[in-house]
Design a binder for this molecule. Structure first.
Ligand SMILES: CC(C)(COP(=O)(O)OP(=O)(O)OC[C@H]1O[C@@H](n2cnc3c(N)ncnc32)[C@H](O)[C@@H]1OP(=O)(O)O)[C@@H](O)C(=O)NCCC(=O)NCCS
Length: 171
């Protein structure tokens, strides 16, 4: 299969925060943001694989900054590494200043998607070829994140997670 770049899957969704989507502090409800990120990431995984994709796991979410009611929120997702049938998708969330348009990074997350056929059976995806420094950095860290996710899901023995173990040996 011909490799694809992250820019070929990059998906950008911009929307406002409405009152029905906020918590008691009038900030965006965490579950609402998770859903927005899942949608953008699903489109990105679909663009990379040109297949039906399902969310296999949410590997990491950092709610660093609250997102107030009325904010203009941009969710940007792109495949950061592809394996045999699974893809890691990195998601960045930005808030846009209403008056000067300046964007502030609010949150980020990492999801894993699997490409499947019409019967739900995992199917092969193209490899990923990172281009920019950031894409290369995310690509390089992805294997240990996959191993951590598989170990936590009980699908890999900790002893077999060689990349992950190496991370702890280094320091
Ligand atoms: C995701 C799903 C297709 C995986 O099926 P499976 O039988 O475990 O398939 P496999 O063991 O062959 O795994 C397929 C790929 O997913 C990866 N994978 C599975 N679980 C994973 C996890 N928790 N974290 C990271 N990767 C995972 C495997 O490593 C494998 O990757 P690779 O082929 O690129 O090496 C299946 O569990 C499923 O359909 N789950 C429901 C998905 C869904 O409905 N999501 C929405 C939730 S509401």
């Amino acid at each position: 299969m011909t490799p694809k770049t992250p820019s070929e899957s990059r998906t950008t969704m911009t929307d406002m925060v409405l009152p029905s989507e906020t918590n008691a502090l009038q900030n965006l409800f965490g579950g609402e943001l998770l859903a927005r990120m899942d949608r953008a990431a699903s489109i990105a995984a679909g663009r990379h694989s040109r297949r039906i994709t399902v969310t296999a796991s949410v590997n990491h979410v950092a709610f660093n900054l609250a997102v107030p009611l009325g904010s203009v929120v941009t969710v940007e997702a792109a495949v950061s590494r592809a394996y045999t049938t699974s893809m890691e998708v990195y998601i960045d969330v930005w808030i846009e200043d209403r008056y000067n348009g300046k964007r502030t990074k609010a949150n980020e997350a990492i999801y894993t998607f699997v490409a499947v056929d019409e019967t739900g059976k995992p199917t092969e995806v193209p490899p990923l070829q990172p281009e920019t420094d950031l894409e290369k950095q995310r690509f390089a860290g992805a294997l240990r994140r996959k191993q951590l996710s598989l170990v936590l899901a009980g699908k890999m023995k900790p002893n077999d997670a060689t990349e992950l173990k190496a991370l702890f040996m280094e320091s």
